[in-house]
Design a protein around this ligand. Sequence first.
Ligand SMILES: [Zn+2]
Ligand SMILES: [Zn+2]
Length: 232
Amino acid sequence: MLLRNTVRGRPMRFIPSGICLLCDEPAGPIPNLCSACAGELPTLPEPCVACGASAVPHTRLCRACAIRRPPVDRTVCALAYAPPVDYLIGRMKFERDLRVVPALAGMLFRAVAEVATADWLAPVPIAPARLRERGFNQALEIARALSRSSGVRLTWAVRRRRRSDLPQSSLPDVAARRANVARAFEARAAVAGHVVIVDDVVTTGATVNALARCLKTAGACRVDVWAIARTP
Ligand SMILES: [Zn+2]
Ligand SMILES: [Zn+2]
């Protein structure tokens, strides 16, 4: 299967504007964001090491993960899904503003720089119908940028089944989201070692947990998640 890397049939190019996407000042070390805006983006304090949600103070885990560890071993989310991060992600996904990709991937690389060792990066595959509609997979574009920064290669070992599951954002709760994605992914090759799932936003974790289960069944010994943002 080919994951297309085009917008309206033309190859994508990232055009670093050198101007901050939020305030029009010159960008700083993070592409397309000035240092002031990059420094003010919201983060989650003391996140759970397993799932990235808010942890119980003075522990490393949230209540749910303390009771039952998820299949994801470690989650790092660079930012909180709150203004203006939600606006930037919407601009990337729905307005196809690809200048957002290096900006958000730069924020994510900064957040994972100390732990940026892995064998493979696995972008969350999107359903073929959604890929046709949107023209690109934002998780793949972020993973490509991270691969360039970290030197970790991409793996195509897992794909989304053709059956089109509903958009997770349309479902009301964790149970519905878990059922919706439970069989959404399948491995088409064996995979080994330490794999990192790359996604834009982690909400309930149902998608990344389903993908992590699939990767571990296919042979991965450790599965982490690196994502741009986590819902508070
Ligand atoms: Zn700015
Ligand atoms: Zn947790």
